[in-house]
Design a protein around this ligand. Structure first.
Ligand code: NDP
Ligand code: 2IT
Length: 448
C-alpha cells in the first residue's frame, strides 16, 4: 500500500471506530495529512504500527458524578478522563467543565495534547478530562459539591507520577482548589497531582498568565521572521476567560492594541483600544462577579455585538482564544479582507480546516494551537518540577523559562517545516516535530 492509501485507511478506521465524534476525526485528520513525508523517511514507524497505536487512547475512564444542589436536589453529570499517550511522560492535560463536553471532544483535546506536550520539550504525555457540568449560575457551594464528587472518582486514576490534570474551559483557580482539597482529604497526600494550584499551596508564579503570554510570545517570534514587531499592532481577541485575558495583558505590555473580547453571547469592540484599566474591569467581571462581557459596553464607550464573533473587525493580528471551530472559512475571508496578517491560536483547534486552508493559501503567519498555546502546559510542567524539588522559582525565572520554551517551539517548528520542504508552514512543522519524538519513544519502548 502506498503512503496516501495507508493514511486514508487509518483515518477510515478512526471514523468507523469512533462514530459520531467529528472533532476527534478532525484532529486526527489534521495531524495525519502532514505525516506522509515522515513515513517515507522512517518506514520503521509503519512496520511497528505506530499510527494504529497512536490513534487509540491507552485508557478511557467514564464515570458517574452525582451531587446535591443548594435546594437538596440530586443531579447527575458525566465525568471523563482520557489517558491517551504516556510515551514521553505521565499523562498531562486539562479538565474541561462545559455542557458540550463528551468523549469525542475530550479525545480530540487529549490527542492534540500529545503533540503539544512533546513540543514543549518537557517530559509529559497526553491526556484530557472533564465533565458536562455547567458552572454558569451555580453557587460556590454547588461548584464545590460537584468538584468533590468528581474528584472522589477521579482520584482513583491520577497521581503526581501517573496523570496530572489542570484547568481548561470552566476550570480555573476556584475549581482546582476544591479538586485539590478533596484529593488531599481522600489520599492523605500533599503532592503535585494537579497544576494551576494557588501560590499559597504549591502553585507556580506565571501559570495563570502562561497560555496567553505564550501565545503572544509565539506571535512575536512569527512576526520577527518578516522583520516586524508587535508594537502598535491592532489585535482582535476572542473569548474573555483565562487565555483571552492574559493574551490582552501581554499585548498591552508590548505596545499592541487589543480591540475585542467575546463570550458565548456576543462580542465587544472598543475602537479606542482596551487598556490596563479596562482589562482590570474585565478580569473582575469574569473572575469574581462571573458576569457577561456585554457589561463592558455598558461601562466603557464600546460597541456590543450580540451573537457576533470578533472576526469582522479590521485588524493586523488575531488571537482566537475561546473554543474549537470558532473561526470558519467565511470568518477567515473577513479577517483577510480586514487586513489581518497573523493568527496565533490561544484556543485548541479554533480554526476550521477551511479557515486554515484560506490562511495558508494567503501565506499569512498562522500559528496552530498546539504550538502557539503550548505555554500553558509548559508552565504546568515547570510547576511539576518545582513541586518535585519542593521549592518555588521567582516570577522572573518562570517567565524567562516560558519565553525560552516558546522561542524553542517556534524554532523547532520552523526548522522542521524547512527540513520537510514546507518553509513557513507551522502546521507541518508542529505536527511533524511533535509526532517524531513520540513515535521514536514508542518504538524504543516496544509494543505496549
Ligand atoms: P475559560 O473558561 O477561562 O474561558 C472560556 C472563554 O471562551 C469564555 O469567554 C467563554 O464564554 C468562551 N467560550 C467557551 N465556549 C464557548 C463556545 N462554545 N462558544 C463561544 N464562546 C465560548 O477557558 P480558557 O480561557 O482556559 O480556555 C479557552 C481556550 O483555550 C480553550 O480552547 C482551551 O482549551 C484553550 N487552552 C487553555 C489553556 C489554559 O491553560 N487554560 C491552555 C491551552 C489552551 P462563556 O463564558 O460565555 O462560556
Ligand atoms: O489545553 C491545554 O494545554 C490546557 N488546558 C493546559 C493543560 C495543563 O496541563 O496545563
Amino acid at each position: 500500500m502506498n503512503t496516501t492509501d495507508y493514511l486514508a485507511s487509518i483515518l477510515n478506521q478512526v471514523a468507523q471506530r469512533n462514530a459520531g465524534e467529528p472533532e476527534f476525526h478532525q484532529a486526527v485528520h489534521e495531524i495525519l495529512e502532514c505525516l506522509g513525508p515522515v513515513l517515507t523517511r522512517r518506514p520503521e514507524f509503519v512496520e511497528a504500527s505506530i499510527l494504529e497505536r497512536l490513534v487509540e487512547p491507552e485508557r478511557q475512564i467514564f464515570f458517574r458524578v452525582p451531587w446535591v444542589d443548594d435546594k437538596g436536589k440530586v443531579h447527575v453529570n458525566r465525568g471523563f478522563r482520557i489517558q491517551f499517550n504516556s510515551a514521553i511522560g505521565p499523562y498531562k492535560g486539562g479538565l474541561r467543565f462545559h455542557p458540550s463536553v463528551n468523549a469525542g471532544i475530550l479525545k480530540f483535546l487529549a490527542f492534540e495534547q500529545i503533540f503539544k506536550n512533546s513540543l514543549t520539550s518537557l517530559p509529559m504525555g497526553g491526556g484530557k478530562g472533564g465533565s458536562d457540568f455547567d458552572s454558569k449560575g451555580k453557587s460556590d457551594n454547588e461548584v464545590m459539591s460537584f468538584c468533590q464528587s468528581f474528584m472522589t472518582e477521579l482520584s482513583k486514576h491520577i497521581g503526581a507520577n501517573s496523570d496530572v490534570p489542570a484547568g481548561d474551559i470552566g476550570v480555573g483557580a476556584r475549581e482546582i482548589g476544591y479538586l485539590f482539597g478533596q484529593y488531599k482529604r481522600l489520599r492523605n497526600e500533599f503532592t503535585g497531582v494537579l497544576t494551576g494550584k494557588s501560590l499559597n499551596w504549591g502553585g507556580s508564579l506565571i501559570r495563570p498568565e502562561a497560555t496567553g503570554y505564550g501565545s503572544v510570545y509565539f506571535a512575536v517570534e512569527m512576526l520577527a521572521t518578516r522583520g516586524e514587531s508587535i508594537d502598535g499592532k491592532r489585535c482582535v481577541v476572542s473569548g474573555s476567560g483565562n487565555v483571552a485575558q492574559y493574551t490582552a495583558e501581554k499585548l498591552i505590555q508590548l505596545g499592541a492594541v487589543p480591540l475585542t473580547f467575546s463570550d458565548s453571547h456576543g462580542t465587544i469592540y472598543d475602537p479606542a483600544g482596551i487598556d490596563k484599566e479596562k482589562l482590570d474591569f474585565v478580569m473582575h467581571l469574569k473572575n469574581v462577579r462571573r458576569g457577561r462581557i456585554k457589561e463592558y459596553a455598558d461601562r466603557f464607550k464600546a460597541e456590543y455585538r450580540e451573537g457576533a464573533t470578533p472576526w469582522e473587525v479590521p485588524c493586523d493580528c488575531a488571537f482566537p482564544s475561546a473554543t474549537q471551530n470558532e473561526l470558519d472559512g467565511g470568518d477567515a475571508k473577513k479577517l483577510l479582507a480586514g487586513g489581518c496578517k497573523l493568527i496565533s491560536e490561544g484556543a485548541n483547534m479554533p480554526s476550521t480546516p477551511e479557515a486554515v486552508e484560506i490562511f495558508q493559501a494567503a501565506k499569512i503567519l498562522y500559528g496552530p494551537g498546539k504550538a502557539a498555546n503550548a505555554g500553558g502546559v509548559a508552565t504546568s510542567g515547570l510547576e511539576m518540577s518545582q513541586n518535585s524539588m519542593r521549592l518555588n522559582w521567582s516570577r522572573e525565572e518562570v517567565d524567562a523559562r516560558l519565553l525560552e520554551i516558546m522561542r524553542n517551539i517556534h524554532r523547532n517548528c520552523s526548522e522542521t517545516a524547512e527540513l520537510y520542504g514546507a518553509p513557513g508552514n507551522y502546521v507541518v512543522g508542529a505536527n511533524i516535530a511533535g509526532f517524531t519524538k513520540v513515535a521514536e519513544s514508542m518504538l524504543e519502548q516496544g509494543v505496549v
